[in-house]
Design a protein around this ligand. Structure first.
Ligand SMILES: Nc1ncnc2c1ncn2[C@@H]1O[C@H](COP(=O)(O)OP(=O)(O)OC[C@H]2O[C@@H]([n+]3cccc(C(=O)O)c3)[C@H](O)[C@@H]2O)[C@@H](O)[C@H]1O
Ligand SMILES: Nc1ncnc2c1ncn2[C@@H]1O[C@H](COP(=O)(O)OP(=O)(O)OP(=O)(O)O)[C@@H](O)[C@H]1O
Ligand SMILES: [Mg+2]
Length: 279
């Protein structure tokens, strides 16, 4: 087995993809799981990006179907801006498309800034302005995690995560931030399959084809993910579909995948097996 085949298999990427079949399978999963857990609410942060839109459309469909079968369920969408968000209009458009049962808006800026201030007051050096901004970015992602779990706890709910194979492979998420969730309905999809799923579920094409951004850095608002990767989602997606890509991009992917192994597993214990890729 090649390294590429091993990664595709570890991330559960299927050889074929049919948007209608996957939409049905994944929303059925959400409905079945909520009912089996005996709970009533799915909670998800809506950013204005395509991942949260696709996952939200699956969730809203799942709870609507549960209700028509007589099971009380709802979908709670939450806007979690850091102050004012540059692409707020996209987030509003996403909310209009989703038609969530319940919508809330919580500003994460006060809590995120308070944590950064406390770190500084304690005299801890985080590095130069760029490093500090990067650390604050991960604080923002973890603040969103705190908000979503609080809302879930208050509504007999579960938190939906939007992790998928492209971000998982690149380790492009905040450990225990947006990486923390109860269910991952987009698991095993590369980015173009997430887009196809969103389109199938009725997302507007501007949101389906929007440039992906983590939008965590104050110093570089809306920074495209591809900027941070140094390669494109097309290359990442091709790799995950078993296609050949250029050697520089392949190296970049393998480096990212192996150096972020710790983010895709439970915390390391004294019994960790030697031979695991612990960077
Ligand atoms: N070998 C090892 N074994 C066990 N743990 C290890 C470790 N190396 C680091 N760690 C731990 O992991 C931490 C680093 O991981 P982490 O905190 O995640 O931080 P890190 O991977 O440095 O940064 C997160 C990256 O994900 C991107 N991101 C975040 C959130 C959302 C999105 C998005 O697309 O929306 C993208 C973000 O832009 C940034 O590039 C270290 O501080 C340390 O605590
Ligand atoms: N401003 C925000 N408000 C609410 N939730 C957010 C916000 N930013 C990030 N999130 C949550 O964190 C998740 C991870 O962000 P990520 O950027 O990977 O996904 P996305 O914005 O939905 O899509 P894309 O990757 O195409 O930008 C989002 O799917 C969403 O659930
Ligand atoms: Mg985004």
């Amino acid at each position: 087995m090649t390294e590429q085949e091993a990664i595709i298999s570890a991330l559960g990427v299927a050889p074929d993809f049919d948007a209608a079949v996957e939409a049905r399978r994944r929303s059925d999963f959400l409905g079945t799981y909520l009912r089996a857990a005996g709970l009533s609410t799915y909670v998800l942060g809506i950013s204005g990006g395509v991942d949260s839109l696709a996952a939200a459309l699956l969730a809203q469909r799942a709870v609507a179907e549960l209700r028509s079968s007589g099971y009380d369920a709802k979908f709670l969408a939450v806007r979690l801006p850091y102050g004012t968000q540059a692409d707020e209009r996209d987030a509003q458009r996403a909310l209009d498309t989703i038609g969530a049962d319940e919508v809330h808006r919580l500003d994460i800026k006060p809590a995120a800034d308070a944590m950064l201030d406390s770190i500084k007051v304690a005299g801890v050096e985080l590095g130069d302005a760029h490093r500090e901004d990067f650390v604050l970015g991960n604080i923002k992602a973890r603040q969103r995690m705190i908000a979503q779990f609080a809302l879930a706890a208050g509504s007999r709910g579960l938190v939906i995560g939007t992790d998928h194979a492209a971000e998982a492979m690149m380790g492009f998420f905040t450990k225990f931030g947006d990486g923390a969730a109860d269910v991952l309905p987009l698991s095993g999809l590369n980015k173009r399959r997430v887009r196809a799923l969103a389109a199938h579920l009725g997302a507007p094409s501007e949101l389906v084809n929007k440039v992906p951004t983590a939008d965590l850095e104050n110093l570089v608002p809306l920074r495209p993910d591809e900027d941070a990767y140094g390669i494109t989602y097309d290359q990442i997606d091709d790799f995950l579909e078993g296609k050949e890509i250029n050697e520089a991009a392949r190296r970049r992917i393998l480096d990212a995948y192996f150096s972020t192994a710790h983010k895709r597993s439970l915390p390391v214990t004294p019994d960790f097996r030697t031979g695991l890729p612990v960077p």
